[in-house]
Design a protein around this ligand. Sequence first.
Ligand SMILES: Nc1ncnc2c1ncn2[C@@H]1O[C@H](COP(=O)(O)OP(=O)(O)OP(=O)(O)O)[C@@H](O)[C@H]1O
Length: 534
Amino acid sequence: MTRALLLGVLAALAGVGLAGSSGLLISRAATFPATFLALTLLVTTVRALGVGRAALRYAERLTGHDAALKRGAAQREALFTRLAGFGRDLLAHERTGDTLARLNADTDARQMYALRAALPLAALTGTLLLLGAWLFTLDPLLGLTGAVPLAVAALAVLPLRAPMTALTRDQVEAARHHGTLLLDALASSGDGAARTALPALNALSARLELGTLQEAALTRRLTAVQGLLFTLAVTGVLARGATLVADGTLPGVQFAAVLLAVTAAFDALAGLGQVPAAHAARHAALARHAALTAVTPTVTAPPTPTPVPDGPLDLHVQDVTVLRAGRQVLHGTTLHLQGSERVAVVGPSGGGKTTLARLLTRDLDPAAGRVTWGGVPLPQLDPAALRRNVSLHEQDAPLLDGTLRENLLLANPALPDTALQAMLDDLHLPHRLDDWVGEGGTRLSGGERARVSIARALLKPARLLILDEPTAHLDQDDEQVVLHAVQRHLAGRALLLLTHRVAPLALATRVLHLQDGHLTPAPTPVPAGGTPHD
Ligand SMILES: Nc1ncnc2c1ncn2[C@@H]1O[C@H](COP(=O)(O)OP(=O)(O)OP(=O)(O)O)[C@@H](O)[C@H]1O
């Protein structure tokens, strides 16, 4: 970034130099019956400065943006890692629009700060110092009339700081709310939420539009003040320069150079108007980042994790208590899963079956008791390594907005199309791998969405397969198709089945009943009129 700042200053000075030397060239050519040779040096200087200015500006943009984008990439990666640390808890802290704003608008405000604030300030300071010094050596009064209005025009930004900061904060806030509300409304557009959210969205759009107009009014005021000061500088330099030329202190040819250099120096004011806004936006982004950093994810990785033990599965849930929103969901729960055992857990809705799955994928930690894998407590393992060994089909079957292939490859990026297509065929999904599933899988039916999620779970080479209500959205025929497919892909791994329905229990060698936080062996067959139903 230092290199970009230096290049920015040089580019601004090259602009002033170009104007000055052009003035010198024009006046010399006009006042002397000069030969072409005498003017060669000046012509070359003008051309060199013209080309040099463009080259310096290009190099400054290249290095500046390169440095800013690299910094932004590092910030995005750090933020993504931080957000990923929240796991499934993320949306308990953050709404989707907020997360998006953090990754885009906030990072943009931070990464571009140097370009939008530091660079214009450096270019102006460099220009002011060198122009001022040159003019003062020629004549102190000339220096005052040329450089002081430029300095005052720069300082004219200061009164804008407070209103611009307030305006930017309001705009950042409104844009964030707008994005968040829009995404929430779109995500639940099926139940008419989009229509309900419309007045609030319109109000926020109006606020954003008003903010843009107010910002333009402030910038206009600044431009008017700077225009007046420009006129003052040019008039002052003209008046003083004419006097100096008349009394022979300043050669006429230099006068034109001075005048054009002062004119060009005012170009360095460009971009200065956005400094307060860039500063405020960065400030707001940093405050939001600090607030996020202050929130600790409920589940964290140990500094030096133990590798996940090899060999057959040996997963032990020992007398655990799990609280959700302060309420005890699991209490004194114990479960031992070994090798390629197939265990089904049935129980009433809200009884804690999904909570049990969350415990095993370590999206939750117990308030009491412990869970071990091969004797190692789960908090000693790296959560990412643990999750690689567990394949989970969730009840709401979340799909990414992409093709079927992209969704299935999440299970194992190395799988060839033939394996993916075979799995789709196995689950009687009549789609092609290139078919686009839509946001959250909205272009598929509920049953198809569930089968894609099951396909993904089956394709993942994990030692424990957890299926949470795998057939909840399916009719009896499709349920049988899915159960046979699961049966075919169970070899060598353990199964934990969480369900209300009777048919999937055929896959299990052991059925447990989860009620009031306790797991107890279910009578065989599962009680009629009990919680499981078909
Ligand atoms: N993210 C959450 N934050 C707070 N409480 C939660 C959360 N998720 C679930 N709960 C609560 O935990 C309890 C157990 O929910 P869980 O989803 O584990 O039940 P379940 O047996 O899987 O239910 P179902 O059969 O209806 O899917 C419920 O009372 C629920 O309200």
